[in-house]
Design a protein around this ligand. Structure first.
Ligand SMILES: [Zn+2]
Length: 482
């Protein structure tokens, strides 16, 4: 039988804040185990939680960015939770009144395999805010637990079951990640557990309206494992049905080495969690004033930025894609391009030269010593012909070393391009005399011989001769030669 697969995602995103969700402990990754703890996040009796304002603002910001409706009235709830990674035996979460509802994420571009994807809108059911649990580590007969993460603010972003292929799930996560990183809501570093994913997968016979039996795969922590786990689970479910078996609602894990999912437990339903309103916290009322203030603080999203770069600066879609892949890089380009009369060249110089230099030095773009003003000046100098492109590269490397202004470096190094024919002429004569066979080849009609000869003129003039004038002189002199 032919089946259609249906995929929904629950993505947990750690919110970037200075302190935890309900106490003043630091929200820092990588501190020695159990050093960021206090009576509140350890769940000692008699303590009271105090909500983190920034975490709530960032959750609402996330909602606005993905076109959610922001709840005017929301509250926190207690979720019964009896696992050792939650010292209180309950987790403060949100049940029926989350901060955000009903958003959408635009996906497209390319899938995990690199195959192009059609544009599609994936619905977002809700975003709620909760506290993270501790991190457990299992070592043979022993288990260790680190409570540094317990109580850190964690958003759960629940999608509609709108995805049909593993590649769409991949694109959804990438799009979500890009938005969160751009808005500085989260760093979304999956290796650090800042973004974790539970996947719901079901299959149904093609043409059937009702959804199949939903099976959840828990705690996937890399894009690759998410893609593989979904792919495997779809095949597994199809096989069970084809063999006449029945699927049951359950929670499965993912074994990355074996490349297969495995049964963790039969699924709990919501009443097992016995949610009830958190008695120690007041409901939260978001009036228009609060929401508007957050709306004003939102950054321009990458997709909008790309459109603007293409329209205003005349750069290609591809270049816009490269330049918006990182917010700092986009700001860097935007700053320089807006002041330059040659924004397209600014883009080329950044993509081919600046990025090469910073990668070589293992540097981040925000630490790049070449400022926007430097770049504008440099591009102008090359564009106006006062220095050659090669000299421009030399100037750029020199800024990395000394941080001096391009005009200063051009003067000190004597890089001003020679465009005066009478100054270039002697170099041309010398080259024709030294390479008679290449000159002959050019005369006989071999065009690429001219490139070689121009190269020699450049070499003799230490890169300063204007190559266009060198070409003109070479061509003229060789043709007249008998
Ligand atoms: Zn604490």
């Amino acid at each position: 039988m032919k089946y259609e697969s249906v995929i929904g995602l629950e993505v947990h995103v750690q919110v970037r804040t200075e302190s935890k969700m309900f106490c003043s402990c630091g929200n820092i990754y990588g501190a020695p185990p159990n050093t960021l703890v206090c009576p509140v996040c350890m769940g000692l009796p008699g303590v009271m939680p105090v909500p983190n304002k920034t975490a709530i603002q960032k959750t609402i910001a996330a909602g606005l960015l993905i076109e959610c409706e922001i709840s005017k009235f929301s509250k926190f709830d207690r979720k019964s939770y009896f696992y050792p990674d939650m010292p209180k035996n309950y987790q403060i979460s949100q049940y029926d009144l989350p901060f955000c509802r009903g958003g959408k994420i635009h996906v497209g571009g390319r899938g995990f395999s690199g195959a192009p994807l059609p544009n599609k809108i994936i619905g977002v059911t809700r975003i709620h805010l909760e506290e993270d649990v501790a991190k457990s580590t299992h070592m043979g007969r022993y288990s260790g637990i680190d409570f540094n993460r317990a109580g850190a603010p964690l958003m759960e972003i629940v999608s509609e079951p709108d995805m049909r292929f593993p590649d769409e799930a991949y694109a959804y996560i990438e799009a979500l990640k890009e938005i969160m990183q751009y808005a500085r809501i989260s760093d979304c570093d999956m290796e650090k557990g800042q973004m974790r994913c539970d996947v719901n997968v079901s299959v149904r016979p093609e043409g059937q309206k009702e959804l199949g039996v939903k099976i959840e795969i828990k705690n996937l922590n890399s894009l690759r494992s998410i893609h593989r786990a979904i792919e495997h689970e779809i095949e597994r479910q199809k096989n069970v049905l084809d063999e006449g078996g029945r699927l049951e609602q359950e929670t499965r894990g993912w074994n990355d080495d074996a490349g297969e999912t495995f049964l963790l437990r039969k699924k709990e339903s919501a009443h097992d969690y016995r949610y009830f309103p958190e008695p120690d916290l007041l409901p939260f009322i978001a009036d228009d004033l609060i929401i508007d203030e957050i709306r004003r603080s939102l950054p321009e999203l990458p997709a909008k930025k790309r459109e603007r770069f293409v329209a205003n600066y005349g750069i290609s879609e591809y270049d816009a894609q490269v330049l918006t892949s990182d917010k700092n890089l986009a700001d860097y380009f935007d700053g320089a391009a807006s002041k330059s009369s040659n924004p397209k060249s600014v883009a080329n110089w950044i993509i081919s030269e600046v990025l090469k230099e910073i990668n070589l030095r293992g540097m981040a773009i925000k630490d790049c010593p070449v400022t926007g003003e430097h770049l504008v000046e440099l591009v102008d100098a090359v564009h106006s012909g006062s220095i050659t492109g090669n000299s421009g590269k030399e100037v750029l490397s020199e800024i990395f070393l000394s941080g001096k202004k391009p005009s200063e470096i051009i003067r000190e190094k004597g890089l001003i391009q020679i465009s005066n024919e009478s100054e270039i002429s002697p170099f041309v004569d010398e080259v024709i005399a030294s390479f008679p066979s290449q000159a002959g080849e050019y005369k006989a009609g071999k065009a690429q011989a001219l490139q070689f000869l121009i190269g020699q003129v450049m070499k003799k003039s230490k890169g300063k001769a204007n190559p266009k004038i060198a070409a003109k002189l070479l061509a003229g002199k060789i043709s007249f030669k008998s």
